[in-house]
Design a protein around this ligand. Structure first.
Ligand code: PMP
Length: 361
């Protein structure tokens, strides 16, 4: 009755969700450098800003529901059919739509852990359960253990490559063996949010894997290499039948008009943007090299961040770093993720890591 039920109950799965903790709660202005969210440090290109400004005049209209022009441009750039591309409001939203398209309540999803913290949340929201498989040494995915974790209840396995927050990419040979071990009615989601930063010649190439395996869906984003995190555009690459299912499960008009235009302009300016990616990759190499020279044991990174396995000291390090003007992302009890940004940001970070090891805390 109205008297005995005073408030609206939340769904149990939602009430139990861990909060997604954003990069930092400290205001950006308070720090010199924000290396806590794996953002691209470069400002948008003039051509991209111009495309957004031009599009502003049309925002009284709904956007193109299926982002047709953008979808076709992505398909052409990747040499896949447009019917295989599903764009959405950031790849994290697309992941939710993929799960909604294939998971029944009670199905299980296998993920690596530690990995992207949005995974267990998105899985709970579709009423599925999460089986988290610990990483192997060096912050690498343990694909053998992940294949062994597949049961008849498993509907999806998420492979994050490069893995956020540790950095390594899965190798082509190990992914091949994994895909041969996993039943073909289990969907394998390759989350390649950082693929443009990969330089390891032995790393798996999601597009090649997608071409060979109908049960593979690749997720990519404009947030990292293309520097459009604030506009929210990501996409899935899937066989047309699956792509139709993902579209059916998607938010209508999920990619705004301005986001569609900015992503299109970014594809046109790919060479310029990828030159920036090369600079960031070089900066990553400098950061890793200098950290190791200082005595840090850090995993190889194929992404735009590096992982400091600080264990119980992760939170204290992040606080000390913030006090010195550099925001980094702690994962309590585990480690700290540091995004690769400006040269000056690396310099400041390296001063902080050097002081930390010398005991000057
Ligand atoms: N996947 C991984 C592995 C990520 O690290 C991120 C961003 N933190 C995303 C997906 C989400 O990116 P988007 O901005 O496209 O939602």
């Amino acid at each position: 009755s109205a008297v005995t039920r005073p408030q609206v109950p939340l769904r149990a799965a939602v009430a139990e969700l861990p909060a997604y903790v954003p990069g930092s709660r400290i205001p950006v202005g308070a720090a010199a450098f924000k290396l806590s969210s794996n953002e691209n440090p470069y400002p948008p290109l003039r051509s991209v800003i111009a495309a957004i400004a031009d599009g502003a005049a049309d925002v009284n209209r709904y956007p193109d529901m299926f982002a047709t022009e953008l979808t076709e441009a992505i398909a052409a750039a990747l040499d896949v059919q447009p019917a295989s591309i599903v764009a959405g409001n950031g790849s994290v939203a697309v992941l939710g739509h993929v799960l909604a398209a294939v998971c029944e309540a009670g199905d299980d999803v296998v993920i690596p852990w530690r990995s992207f913290e949005a995974y267990p949340i998105a899985i709970s929201l579709v009423g599925a359960t999460t089986t988290a498989v610990p990483l192997a040494d060096g912050g690498r995915l343990d694909l053998v253990a992940m294949a062994a974790a597949v049961t008849p209840r498993t509907r999806v396995v998420i492979v994050c490559t490069p893995n956020n927050p540790t950095g390594p990419a899965v190798r082509a040979a190990e992914l091949d063996a994994f895909l041969r071990a996993v039943p073909r009615d289990v969907l394998v989601v390759l989350d390649e949010a950082y693929v443009e930063f990969v330089r390891d010649p032995d790393a798996a190439d999601g597009l090649a894997v997608f071409a060979a395996h109908p049960n593979v869906v690749v997720l990519r984003t404009f947030s990292k290499a293309y520097g459009l995190a604030g506009l929210r555009v990501g996409f899935a690459i899937a066989r047309p039948r699956l792509a139709r299912g993902i579209r059916a499960a998607s938010t209508p008009f999920g990619v705004s008009h301005l986001a569609q235009l900015a992503a299109l302009a970014s594809l046109r300016a790919k060479d310029e943007l990828f030159a920036r990616v090369d600079t960031l990759v070089a900066e990553r190499g400098r950061m890793l090299g200098a950290l190791r020279t200082q005595g840090w044991v850090v995993p190889d990174s194929e992404a735009n961040f590096v992982w400091l396995p600080l264990g119980e000291r992760a939170t204290a390090f992040a606080a000390a770093s913030a006090r010195s003007g550099v925001l980094v992302r702690p994962f309590a009890g585990d480690g700290v993720r540091v995004s690769v940004g400006e040269t000056e940001a690396t310099d400041d970070l390296l001063a902080i890591t050097g002081n930390w090891l010398s005991g000057d805390r």
